[in-house]
Each structure stands twice: as C-alpha cells, then as structure tokens.
Design a protein around this ligand. Structure first.
Ligand SMILES: Nc1ncnc2c1ncn2[C@@H]1O[C@H](COP(=O)(O)OP(=O)(O)OP(=O)(O)O)[C@@H](O)[C@H]1O
Ligand SMILES: [Mg+2]
Length: 495
C-alpha cells in the first residue's frame, strides 16, 4: 500500500535524556544488566565499584558468550529486539532496552567491551555528553579505539570470552567529591551493601545447586537469600495453574515461628524489607525474582499474623505480557482470569500461617482461663436481664481515670447499657443465625490500635511484658483473635 508520510525520528539528545527516568535505582539497574550476563550463559559475574571521585566507575564483567561487532552494534540500539518476538526459554530479556536504559539511568556514559569465540575484542559507547554537545540530534554511537579500553580488552582475553559493561560519569551515584573525599567515598561504598542484598535476593535460585552461577562484588562472593528457608518451612500443596496454554507453578510455604529458629536464622530470613513486609507472593520469571513479597493487588492487606506466609510463583517468559512485566523487571501483576485462583491460594496459605499464632494464643488462654476479663456481663435483677460494661476492664478503668468529668463518663456507660438493643439482636439472630460479627472481625487495624492501647495501660500499671501478654490473651475482645494477639506480642518482644 502506498501512503504519504513524513519520517519523524526522535531527537537523540532529548529522547535519551528522557529514557533516564524509567525509575530504576542502582540495584534494579545492575540486576537488569546481570540478566543479560545470565542470558549469555555466564558462569561467573564480577561487579566492581571503582572509586575515583567524579571519575568513579561500576563494571559488570562476565564470562558469557560475548558479542562480535555486528552483535554489539545491534545490542547498543535502543529497542534492539521487539518485545513481540518469542524468546528462548532461558532468556531473561524482553524489551531490547535494558542494557541501555538501566546503564544510562545511573551513568552518563556506557561503554561495552566484548569478546566472542573466534572474534576480536570490540567496543562501543553511548556518551550522553557527546550526544548533547555534538550529536546534532542523531543517535551517534561512539567507536572508541581499542587502546583506550586496553585493560578491559586484556581482561577479556585472559578470561577467553565475555563482556564488560562499564558505567562511568555516574552522575546519579556520585553527585560530588574528589578522589580524596573520604565521606563521598564512604557513601559510594555503602551502596555496595544495598546492591549485594538485592542481587542476592533476585538471583538466589541461580546462586545454588549444581552448575551454580558465581557472583562477586569487589571480590567478595554474593550469597543467595532464600525467602522460603528450605527444609525448615512447611511446604503446602503445590498447584499447577495454566494460562493461555502455559504452565504456572505455585508453591505456598508457611515459614517457622521464630521460636523454632535461632536468632541469626530469624534475622537472616526476615529479608531486606523485614518480616511483615516480606509476606506474600514471590513471582519468579524463570528462576529470576521479579516481585518479592507482595499480595499483587488482590485486595489483601499485609498483617502481622500472616507474616509467615510466603508463596512462590514460577512463570515462563512467554507470559510477560499477560503478567504486565515492566522494563525494569521489578513489577508484575496477574491477569484478571488468574486472580480468583491466586486469592484462593493466598487465603489458604494465610490461614495456615495464622494458625501458628492462633495455636500459641490458645495455649496461653487455656493456661490462664481463670483470669478471664469480659467487656460485658449479664446481670439479672427482679427476673429481668441487663447487660453491663465491666468497670474493671483496663481500658474502661483507664479512660474513667483520665476523664475530667467522671460522672459524665458513668452516665455515658449507663446510657449505653440501658439502651443495648437486645430485642433487635435476638430477632436478627433468629432470622439469620450465625451472621453476628466477631468483635473487630473486619477491622484488623482497629483491633491492633485497641490492643496497643490496652497493652500500654498494663505496662504503665507496672506489668511485665509477659504478664501483660497473658492478660491480653484472656481479655475481651482480644481473646477472639489469638493469632493477631500472639503476632503482636512477638513483635513487641522483639523490640
Ligand atoms: N552481557 C552480555 N553478553 C552478551 N550479550 C549481551 C550482553 N548484554 C546484552 N547483550 C545483548 O544485547 C541485547 C540487548 O540487551 P538489552 O538488555 O538492551 O535488551 P534485552 O536483554 O534483549 O531485553 P530487556 O530490555 O528486556 O533487557 C541482548 O538481547 C543480548 O543479545
Ligand atoms: Mg536485558
């Protein structure tokens, strides 16, 4: 079909500066580059932070397949492959962008040096300053002479094959500082810990087992962080789901209560965001972690007593579009048709996880059943039944004490007691049995708030942590939620 058209190419300078704002941070950017090394079958990856003030650099060195000249030029193109193209099963790429967008999100200069079997060392460079000042709006990819990258070339030759991705002019990492600026150097080196934790988490399944990948940061091996504490957690029944003919495997786990772990194990298992925040789904694409601890917008909140629930989902890369994978490989959420299944699995796992706490709470309750504290009690007077609020309930007592007008408070309580809508309750219960709500059954935040208040009051009255905990376990309305209560107390005991 013939059509009239104009070619409207993006201005390289403007476009490339805008592409810096994809929202990577240093750790997600490096993970995206490591994806490329893994896809190129690297067995070893060395990440190096090299401090030199404004000239500091970060290198990602791998011993993967490397690229020849044509391959490298293609790789440096923005959108080197269409996201619509079917990828091989183990390929961690999708958009043909990561090498450029991840690198340039942190650095103004990206130099790639590569050596493939049977080829020469080749190098190319995107330099944002050059493009801004001399690019004339064109996508000018620089061809540095090999002697300019002599050290990198020699290093690749000694490995035999592989690729070095060098990030320099790190304006988003090193804002200021001369080489001798110790404070700036310390800030730079501190980023290593954050990167190490992130890479250890994202790639943990590549870092173990036969033929495992070895990854080093500044010479120190990166160890994997296993969210499921293999061998110690309870594995619930695995499920095989399918979507558009592709298999999705789901492995729910309930992690052990902290009393079954050493202090070190418990703190190691907590993960980068902490125990409560790390509950939820862990979405893997191949063996690479995309989402770590999230309820995937299924309308489920993170709550303390569900924190032992962690669920592994394994996706093939053929479902990238269906799962809304983003360029940074930091987000994915399920297609509508899968939500019900995932909700069902989440509920069952959360219920199992809460049982750990419920059980502990019930043991506590049984032990101290004689000290039970009610909110309401029934009194019979001249053949009629009245319901009264327990004036000795710690919260009632404390509010009364702090009330300037004690009379008014007593009147309020009397009014509530006299006006209890007993007939309505009786009728409702007769017409629709079992529909009466559990106190705070649908208001976990309100429950926690109330629990905190009463716990605070008991501590103020001089109770020890343990005594306060015991009292809460046998006190209305908290007795109806032994799981929430024990998770709350665990949290308090751990400071
Ligand atoms: N370390 C490397 N070793 C070998 N080839 C590489 C390496 N890094 C990149 N490449 C090649 O460059 C191409 C482009 O990489 P880039 O990260 O930009 O896109 P992608 O990996 O295909 O997709 P995505 O945008 O999802 O990461 C890759 O498909 C790969 O062929
Ligand atoms: Mg990539």
């Amino acid at each position: 079909m013939s059509a009239e058209y104009e070619v409207v190419s993006p201005d390289a300078g403007a476009m490339i500066e805008s592409m810096r704002a994809f929202g990577y941070d240093l750790a997600t950017a490096l993970a995206d580059l490591i994806d490329n090394s893994i896809s190129a079958n690297a067995k070893n990856i060395w990440v190096e932070f090299m401090w030199d003030g404004a000239e500091s650099a970060i290198l990602i060195v791998d011993d993967g397949e490397g690229m020849d000249e044509a391959g490298l030029v293609a790789a440096m193109r923005m959108g080197s492959i269409s996201p619509m193209v079917k990828r091989s099963e183990n390929d961690l790429g999708r958009f043909g962008l990561g090498l450029k967008t991840a690198s340039l999100s942190q650095a103004r200069c990206l130099t790639v040096v590569s050596l493939a079997n049977g080829a020469e060392v080749v190098t190319r460079c995107w330099d944002l300053n050059y493009i801004a000042e001399h690019g004339g709006g064109e996508w000018r990819l620089l061809k540095p002479p090999i002697p300019d990258v002599k050290n990198h070339a020699e290093r690749l030759q000694s490995i035999g094959k592989g690729t070095i991705v060098a990030l320099s002019k790190l304006d988003r990492v090193v804002r200021d500082g001369s080489p001798g600026d110790k404070k700036a150097e310390k800030r730079f080196r501190e980023r290593i810990d954050e990167v190490r934790a992130h890479l250890g988490m994202v790639f943990h399944r590549y870092l173990k087992g036969p033929g495992a990948l070895s990854m080093f940061i500044n010479g120190t091996k990166v160890s994997g962080w296993d969210p499921f504490i293999e061998g110690k957690s309870e594995a619930l029944a695995a499920e095989r789901l399918s979507y558009e003919g592709e298999k999705i495997q789901v492995f729910p786990f309930v992690l052990p209560h902290h009393s079954r772990l050493t202090k070190e194990e418990h703190s190691a298992a907590s993960g980068p965001k902490g125990w409560n925040a790390q509950q939820g789904f862990y979405v893997y694409r191949n063996r690479r972690l995309i989402v770590s601890g999230d309820w995937l917008s299924l309308g489920i909140q993170k709550e303390e007593h569900y924190k032992l629930a962690r669920i592994q989902i394994d996706l093939p890369n053929s479902l990238d579009e269906a799962w809304h994978l983003d360029v940074k490989k930091a987000r994915a959420y399920p297609p509508a048709a899968m939500r019900d299944d995932l909700k069902r699995i989440a509920r069952a796992t959360r219920d199992k996880a809460a049982k750990v706490y419920r059980h502990r709470g019930k043991v506590l309750q049984r032990k101290h059943a004689d000290d039970f504290v009610f909110v309401w009690s029934a009194k019979t007077l001249r053949g009629r039944t009245y319901y009264k609020v327990n004036r000795d309930h710690p919260l009632v007592k404390s509010v009364r004490k702090s009330c300037e007008d004690g009379e008014k408070f007593s009147s309020l309580l009397s009014m509530i007691e006299q006006a209890v809508p007993s007939p309505l309750i009786v009728i409702n219960n007769a017409e629709q049995p079992d529909t009466l709500g559990v106190p705070f059954g649908d208001d976990p935040k309100g429950l926690l708030q109330c629990m905190r208040e009463v716990y605070g009051i008991l501590i103020q009255e001089g109770e020890t942590n343990t005594a306060a905990a015991t009292k809460l376990a046998v006190m209305e309305p908290f007795n109806a939620h032994p799981d929430v209560l024990t998770a709350f107390l665990d949290e308090i005991n751990r400071g």
